[in-house]
Ligand binder design. Structure first.
Ligand code: FAD
Ligand code: NAD
Length: 443
């Protein structure tokens, strides 16, 4: 009989691990337990279903339980793993459909329990009309709430707040974005936050920064948000105030967490317990600039974690090479991409860091329709080592970030960047690529 692999959580990390392991080693028995009704979907697409650009939530589903079954992977939805005993390698599972508990066993276990929204301790969050956005079910609830809603308040101008502000405007709502810190996207340097604020306001979003939300007013159904700066009327509130990894099950069975509070893993996604792996938002990655564990809860990372764990369990040689912190998102007409460390963070980390921030173009100045494009480079004084960067553009020009990410993976310098043969034609770039202009200025 083949060995038994059990996966807890069936979205990005879990689904990737299960599919890869079965493909690499068809002898493996592969079972997935997922407490929600859905597996293997792209949560990243949720904002575009809310905006109406994607016609339905089902479009986000990559693989149904039936499709998994055809591949030989057994998927149990509405099944929650409530306890795991690593000594006997047994799990206790609660079947929400049947209302019964049963036991299972594993030879290999993948913890892919993901993350959950962090709910701020503000009075009134339990009322109707207050939502979070994480799962397909959250998407269903928000889609319903959008029917008839007129005024939305969004707490948090991070990734979700910024993407959903656009979606809500596209649905015709009045939108107020309430951010506790002094700018949108506060984890990055201020110039990018400034560009975002202008873009949001140009599209009719009210942006309140440095604001403390004190309470949600209402008689069981939200009516307004009380803040340090005044009252915002709202019939729909979205809490987009960050996430935390779902580590409860792991901790209870003795799996060690790392310094970030997510599960500590090695390059093969193994935890401290024999036969137990972790993948996705519940797990840490190695940061190749900081040279220490880092929590980067992103979909592409979750897929790579899962694929690595699945390959290793199937007996193949595989390693996850780590992250440099690359991310990209869209806010109305702007594409905002960042990688590595912003200047503020680099200085806090003790680097003798400096930055340049330049405005250039995404095409030759004479080419019709060419638009502004901004580049930030963060580098170490003296050595010229690149530490981070950002590219903000009106479209795919922001994918220049991948050149910076590639350099960060190899500890590249400004000189390395200047030596690169980058693409040029008038519709796509000025003759000196904006990355090269920024690097020249930094040098
Ligand atoms: P999750 O998606 O959290 O899935 C974990 C699953 O485990 C859940 O379904 C949960 O029900 C299940 N589970 C938990 N505990 C148990 C248990 N005890 N028993 C059984 N099942 C359990 N990332 C990007 O890279 N780019 C983007 O553009 C992007 N956009 C996003 C937009 C939105 C609105 C959101 C919410 C996220 C976005 N992300 C994006 C992040 C990306 O979706 C996540 O990184 C990814 O979903 C993580 O996958 P995961 O499998 O690790 O965790
Ligand atoms: P986030 O960490 O990106 O942003 C949270 C924001 O909320 C921060 O700006 C923070 O200062 C603010 N905040 C916290 N408490 C507040 C309060 N009480 N009042 C007002 N503001 C407050 O988190 P998120 O936007 O919830 O997104 C969650 C995760 O989803 C991200 O970490 C990311 O992993 C993922 N995601 C990624 C993408 C992408 O890559 N394009 C898109 C959407 C979501």
């Amino acid at each position: 009989m083949g060995k038994r692999m059990v996966v807890v959580g069936g979205v990005a990390g879990g689904a990737s691990a299960a599919a890869k392991a079965k493909r690499e080693n068809p002898e493996l028995e592969v079972v997935v337990y997922e407490k929600s009704p859905h597996v293997s979907y792209g949560a990243c697409g949720l904002p575009y279903v809310l905006s109406g650009e994607i016609p339905s939530l089902t479009k986000l589903i990559a693989r149904t339980p039936e499709a998994f079954r055809k591949q030989g992977v057994l998927v149990h939805t509405r099944h929650e793993v409530v306890e795991i005993d690593p000594e006997s390698r047994t799990l206790t599972v609660f079947d929400h459909g049947e209302g019964r508990t049963f036991q299972d066993r594993y030879d290999h276990l993948v913890l892919a329990t993901g993350a959950r929204p962090q709910i701020p301790p503000i009075p009134g969050t339990e009322q109707e009309g207050v939502y979070t956005l994480r799962t397909l079910e959250d998407g269903e609830r928000l889609l319903q709430a959008l029917e008839g809603a007129k005024r939305a308040a969004i707490l948090g101008a991070g990734y979700i707040g910024l993407e959903v502000a656009e979606a809500f405007r596209k649905r015709g709502l009045e939108v107020t974005l309430l951010e506790a810190k002094d700018r949108p996207l506060p984890h990055w340097d201020e110039e990018v936050g400034g560009l975002l604020k202008e873009e949001l306001e140009r599209h009719g979003v009210e942006v309140w920064t440095g604001v403390k939300v004190e309470a949600f007013r209402g008689m069981g159904r939200v009516e307004a948000v009380e803040t340090s700066e005044g009252v915002v009327p709202a019939d729909l509130v979205l809490l987009a105030t960050g996430i935390r990894p779902n580590t409860g099950l792991a901790q209870a069975m003795g799996v060690a967490l790392g310094p970030t509070g997510a599960i500590a893993t090695d390059e093969r996604m193994r935890t401290n317990l024999e036969g137990v792996y972790a993948a996705g938002d519940v797990a840490e990655s190695f940061h190749r600039v900081l040279k220490r564990p880092y929590w980067l809860p992103l979909g592409d990372v979750a897929n790579k974690h899962g694929r690595t764990a699945g390959s290793v369990i199937a007996g193949k040689e595989a390693r996850f090479g780590g992250v440099v912190g690359t991310a990209i998102f869209k806010a109305f007409g702007l594409a905002v991409a960042t990688t590595g460390l912003p200047l503020e963070r680099a200085l806090k980390e003790g680097y003798r860091a400096k930055k340049v921030f330049i405005q250039s173009q995404d095409g030759a100045h004479y080419y019709p329709g060419s638009a502004p494009l901004w580049v930030e480079l963060v580098y170490e004084e003296g050595t010229g080592r690149l530490l981070g960067g950002a590219v903000v553009a009106h479209g795919h020009g922001a994918l220049r970030i991948d050149t910076l990410a590639a350099l960060l993976h190899r500890e590249g310098t400004l000189e390395d960047l200047l030596a690169l043969d980058l693409a040029y034609a008038p519709p796509y770039s000025p003759v000196w690529d904006p990355l090269l202009i920024a690097a020249q200025q930094a040098r």
